[in-house]
Design a protein around this ligand. Structure first.
Ligand code: SF4
Length: 80
């Protein structure tokens, strides 16, 4: 399952550098590419963007539900 940044985003830019997959791009609100988000599986124990977000605006993406195994496979396909 990928994560999604909702409209509570204040465009503070705190999350961009936290992402191990470079999945986050600036915008209003900021955008997480679901093709790149592994919910940090493969890199960290928990989603790093959620940890650093001061607006608490990063939620589960309703359209991208994947198992831990699928997320790990995605991580390896991104990082080769
Ligand atoms: Fe990037 Fe992890 Fe946030 Fe997904 S959960 S966008 S991989 S920092």
């Amino acid at each position: 399952m990928a994560l999604l940044i909702n409209d509570d985003c204040t465009d503070c830019d705190a999350c961009v550098e936290s992402c191990p997959n470079k999945a986050i791009t600036a915008g209003t609100p900021y955008v997480i590419d679901p093709a790149l988000c592994t919910e940090c599986v493969g890199a960290h124990d928990e989603p790093q963007c959620r940890l650093v977000c001061p607006a608490d605006c990063i939620v589960d993406h309703p359209d991208f539900r994947e198992s831990k195994e699928q997320l790990m496979a995605k991580y390896h396909s991104i990082h080769g």
